[in-house]
Unconditional design. Structure first.
Length: 437
């Protein structure tokens, strides 16, 4: 049966003012009187979702579902007993089958307050802080408050170029881990620490993830914001929980990002809490009270000369690896990756690779982004879409100054005048080879 003009008008009014409860109930009343039972139930269900305790909406739903409207029950007269004080009426009408009503409107009205939100959802209340477990991990049930990433398909082969870095990683770190028989023969413990240093934006974090993939190990990334806390003792506790989680999830790579912040020289640190955090990190690296078997510690920093010397003592982060700006094959791989999903035409990748010597990976990404922006703005001005050309990329490369230059200006002085024990010999070799001394 088609709707009457009045019902159609009311539908339009309800669509324009969906929160107007009396208007929606009036529409539901007319639908019910006209015999449109399903449509009436739907409108009343929406009204109840907005105002679950509204008596008019409840009464209309009861009528639509075939039950009796709410009515005040007459109290029986009793002359010999005093009248009882009036009791609040139940919001549910007597004789109404609520189970059947819920089945009828299921799927029309979203579930409201039936169960608490699942942990992790936006409306979920924060759980109270759990007491420390027996191992001090802060998690009696064995779950972890730290994000532990499962092994991914990322491998060192996915890192473009940088063959020298890969070879040194293989010799100093990966080969002993892949050969347990040889490791046992030579008494090599399944633990280790490696410090990656070099200019910013050159892929230290990416390499750390690739190492975790090579080992088939879990991965935990830690920065100072994850550990440092304003309350006394919490920073040290957080640092311990990181390593406790890694021991439970072994084999596991713990990646300490920006180590110069997490492990700054204590002689220069005025903040007592940060000094204690460095002390706790030293304790965890030594495995005092715990066994770090299967826990591999990788750290990255742009300023290794600001890292506390105790962290680089043998048995801790005693191996260092210089991660330099990407070489020619690496630059080609990076540029190809960043241009692969963009509309390009007549791009001479070899020429672009040649003129971007000394650029970091982040610089190369910025070149591609700037060239795309230039083509986009040009297309917007002319109203005709054009491809990204070699001229756009050359202009972007010319306008962008390599971000590594400032780093090498500082590192040069450190390598020349503060190279205690040959710590920066590999840096000196690179500077001499490239005429930067």
């Amino acid at each position: 049966m088609p709707d009457s003009p009045l019902i159609r008008s009311l539908r339009s009014a309800v669509d324009a003012a969906p929160r107007d409860l009396p208007l929606r109930l009036h529409l539901a009343q007319l639908l019910l009187d006209a015999g449109h039972l399903d449509a009436a139930v739907g409108e009343v269900a929406v009204a109840l979702s907005q105002a679950p305790a509204d008596p008019a909406a409840r009464a209309l739903m009861a009528r639509a579902m075939g039950g009796a409207a709410p009515a005040a029950a007459e109290a029986p007269a009793a002359a010999e007993t005093p009248a009882a004080p009036p009791q609040p009426q139940s919001p549910r009408p007597a004789g109404f089958d609520w189970a059947a009503a819920e089945e009828e409107v299921e799927g029309v009205v979203p579930t409201r307050f039936v169960a608490p939100p699942a942990p992790g959802t936006p409306d979920a209340p924060r759980a109270p802080e759990a007491p420390l477990a027996a191992d001090g991990s802060g998690d009696p049930g064995g779950a972890s408050a730290w994000d532990v990433e499962a092994p991914e398909g990322l491998r060192l082969a996915d890192v473009g170029g940088m063959q020298e870095v890969k070879d040194r990683l293989e010799a100093a770190f990966l080969a002993p881990m892949r050969n347990p028989e040889l490791r046992r023969l030579y008494g090599k413990s399944l633990r280790g620490g490696l410090l990656l240093y070099g200019p910013p934006g050159c892929g230290k974090t990416f390499i750390a993830r690739a190492v975790a993939g090579e080992l088939g190990a879990n991965f935990i990334s830690v920065s100072i914001s994850d550990v440092l806390d304003m309350w006394i003792g919490n920073s040290e506790r957080n640092m311990h929980e990181v390593f406790a989680t890694a021991r439970r999830k072994a084999p596991c790579v713990v990646f300490l990002d920006e180590l110069d912040a997490l492990g700054a020289k204590r002689s220069r640190t005025q903040h007592g809490g940060l000094r204690n955090t460095v002390n706790q990190l030293l304790t965890e690296l030594d495995g005092v009270g715990d066994v770090n078997e299967g826990v591999f510690v990788l750290a990255a920093t742009n300023v290794p000369w600001d890292v506390d010397l105790a962290l680089r003592r043998p048995g801790r982060l005693d191996r260092t690896l210089l991660v330099l700006p990407p070489d020619r094959p690496a630059r080609e791989a990076i540029l190809r990756y960043h241009l692969s999903q963009r509309p390009i035409a007549s791009v001479d990748l070899g020429k672009l690779v040649k003129i971007t010597d000394g650029f970091s990976g982040a610089d190369l990404a910025h070149v591609c982004e700037s060239a795309a922006e230039s083509a986009l703005l040009d297309s917007a001005r002319t109203g005709s879409v054009r491809m990204i050309g070699m001229a756009d990329l050359l202009a972007a490369a010319k306008a962008i100054r390599p971000s590594t230059e400032a780093w090498f200006a500082t590192a040069r002085n450190v390598a020349m005048f503060a190279n205690d024990g040959g710590t920066y010999d590999d840096l000196l070799t690179y500077l001499r080879k490239n005429g930067k001394l």
